[in-house]
Design a protein around this ligand. Structure first.
Ligand SMILES: Nc1ncnc2c1ncn2[C@@H]1O[C@H](COP(=O)(O)OP(=O)(O)OP(=O)(O)O)[C@@H](O)[C@H]1O
Length: 231
């Protein structure tokens, strides 16, 4: 049986997310139906508080906003992106690709992206800002990883279509979700509500996912389909 190894970086990431989620929850107003609502003193609080049932939810700063707000749109896209990367990572693990640790790290950083987006600067206190500060080092790391893949890859001479085996195709799908996340974060950053480095990170992440997809196809000796003009 495989033993479960929890790496310290992943554990830190998990603890940080749990802390933020629990803080988010304490900002929620109490349920009208107290008997079915998680309370602070309950031993195992329920995952559902029902406070979102009327189509409104909370930011990290405690504002209540409609669920179709830009912030929740961007948070949802970021969450979907992390899920797509998680699936791609599973395919990559099956093939023994060496970069799955990078995908782990990226999933953790996407939690930090979410925390920053969920904290609109206009209602943030200093303590919120401190807790949800986004590190520009994450962008530099992506650039380093992209450069390493590129050194081994043949130069691009054609338009590549998402293909090249399951790992590669899944990374391409994650790339397109990343671009949607980037589009939804752009207006939030432009209005000064989120850190511009979050937008930069997502922009660089789509390049990383594109390059990693090509790298996976190359290592699996799978053919990448190229665009051909229909006759
Ligand atoms: N549909 C959504 N898409 C993206 N982000 C969301 C969505 N709904 C809520 N969120 C964000 O994720 C956080 C956690 O989600 P959660 O499901 O607990 O919220 P909720 O719907 O307001 O509460 P509940 O599910 O307990 O009724 C919320 O505080 C909010 O910031």
């Amino acid at each position: 049986m495989n033993s479960v190894i929890i790496r310290p970086a992943l554990l830190r990431c998990f603890m940080r997310t749990q802390r933020i989620i629990s803080e988010l929850r304490t900002h929620k107003p109490l349920c009208s139906d107290r008997s079915s609502c998680a309370t602070e003193d309950s031993k195992s609080p329920k995952i559902y508080t029902k406070t979102g049932d009327k189509g409104f939810s909370s930011t990290f700063t405690g504002e209540r906003r409609p669920k179709e707000d830009h912030i929740f749109e961007a948070l949802g896209n970021t969450d979907e992106l992390s899920s797509a990367i998680g699936l791609a990572r599973e395919f990559c693990l099956d093939k023994g690709h060496i970069f799955t640790d990078q995908l782990d790290k990226i999933q953790c950083i996407l939690q930090d992206v979410g925390s920053n987006i969920a904290t609109p600067q206009s209602s943030a206190r200093e303590s919120h800002r401190k807790r949800t500060k986004f590190s520009p080092q994450t962008i530099t790391d992506l650039e380093t990883w992209i450069d390493h893949f590129t050194e081994e890859l043949p130069p691009l001479t054609n338009f590549i279509l998402p293909s090249g085996g399951k790992s590669s195709a899944a990374l391409h799908l994650a790339r397109t979700i990343c671009r949607r996340a980037e589009r939804s974060v752009a207006p939030i950053v432009r209005s000064g509500e989120a850190d511009p480095d979050v937008a930069k990170f997502l922009n660089r992440l789509s390049d990383y996912l594109f390059t990693a997809a090509r790298y996976a196809a190359m290592k699996e000796t799978r053919e990448e389909k190229i665009y051909r003009r229909p006759e």
